[in-house]
Ligand binder design. Structure first.
Ligand code: OSB
Ligand code: MG
Length: 369
């Protein structure tokens, strides 16, 4: 296929609630929406998951715009794309900036699937037509508030509950949760808030039958994680530390984790996500799909990826209505009894609500290819 133009749009959408992790709070979600058009006028859509500030990783909305405008889009000029896998090869000369690369690659995957007349999940080789989902709950003002929110989501049917932890908001909080909910599938995500010296505190979490502890140590570490995984009975899941297939291979070889959270943006796209998925499957390591508080387009990509066979643990892809009064896709992503029905329409399977896009848009720029 021949790509004709790319439009970048900066959107701002207010979330229903502030989301707090060990590294900060998000309330007004800003992101870049990518539309790529081919010579026949078909559009593919992608979403950058970089936040406004470099606190989850080093990328930001502005660095993503800069990378796309000044480096990635120019690399696409005059290219003939036979498959979306070509995109990662074309972007190879640019180091890192995975979220910027992934946003464009995701739009090309959607476009490719639409041209083939097949749903994105099928184009990716996904096998499941329903996916199980869990929910990620931020740090709250009080434990009582947290318990109320957990109850609400357990009642809605979410298949597992993830809570954010940090030093000072960990063992006692988890103990309280377990007292109220002895049997739920429960896990904790530290977003890199601990250090090797905190091992004694982390060991205390072993008594609560957590499904896993996500990313306890530094966002670029796989060595110390291997040290603490040997000491913990709870499986470690890596999120921030896995930026590529190579990172995943090394982490598994070192024994740094027993589970991997795959985020499409963090690893540079759907093609790389699939490679990591396949590697983990070969090695008997389960994976699940992480979330970045995405609007509808990014959420739809997560839904499609999660249909691959080794996504055996519920992911963080909750319903659109959990985050937004109004999403930018129709229909929105709906969760019933903890399950999403995967759409069968070509491409991402949801329509873009252009009126909603306009309503949330702060800036727009089109580049011809
Ligand atoms: O670590 O998984 C994470 C949100 C923002 C940044 C990092 C993370 C998260 C979440 C929420 O856990 C996932 C979601 O609901 O989209
Ligand atoms: Mg995480």
């Amino acid at each position: 296929m021949k790509l004709k133009e790319i439009t970048l749009r900066h959107l701002q959408m207010k979330m229903k609630f502030p989301f707090t992790t060990s590294f900060g709070t998000v309330q007004d979600k800003e992101f870049i929406l990518i539309e790529v058009k081919d010579e026949e006028g078909t559009s593919g859509w992608g979403e950058s998951v970089a936040f406004v500030s470099p606190s989850y990783n080093e990328e930001t909305l502005k660095t993503n715009w800069h990378m796309m405008e000044d480096f990635l889009i120019p690399l696409l000029k005059g290219q003939k794309i036979s498959h979306p896998d070509d995109i990662s090869a074309i972007f190879e000369p640019i180091r890192k900036n995975n979220m910027a690369k992934s946003a464009i690659e995701g739009a090309v995957w959607d476009l490719y699937a639409k041209r083939k007349g097949m749903p994105l999940y099928e184009a990716l080789g996904g096998e499941n037509t329903t996916i199980d989902v869990g929910i990620s709950i931020g740090i709250q003002k009080t434990v009582a508030d947290l318990l109320t929110i957990i109850k609400q989501h357990v009642d809605e049917g979410y298949k597992r509950i993830k809570v954010k932890i940090k030093p000072g908001w960990d063992v006692d909080v988890i103990r309280e949760i377990r007292r109220s909910f002895p049997d739920i599938q429960l896990m904790a995500d530290a977003n890199s808030a601990y250090r090797l010296e905190d091992l004694p505190q982390l060991k205390k979490l072993d008594e609560f039958q957590l499904l896993m502890i996500e990313q306890p140590l530094a966002s670029d570490d796989i060595v110390d994680h291997a040290v603490i995984q040997k000491e913990l009975t709870t499986p470690i899941c890596l999120d921030e530390s896995i930026h590529s297939y190579e990172d995943a291979r090394k982490a598994l070889q070192l024994g740094s984790c027993q589970i991997i959270n795959i985020k499409i943006g963090r690893v540079g796209g759907l093609t790389e996500s699939k490679r990591i998925h396949d590697l983990c499957k070969e090695q008997g390591v389960p994976v699940w799909c992480g979330g970045m508080l995405e609007a509808g387009v990014g959420r739809a990509h997560n839904v499609a990826l999660t249909t691959l066979s080794n996504f055996t643990l519920p992911g963080d892809t909750a319903a659109s209505s959990r985050y937004w009064e109004q999403d930018i896709i129709t229909p929105e992503v709906i969760v019933k009894d903890g399950v999403i029905q995967v759409p069968e329409k070509p491409g991402i399977g949801y329509d873009i609500d252009l009126e909603a896009v306009k309503k949330f848009m702060l800036k727009e720029k089109t580049y011809s290819l």
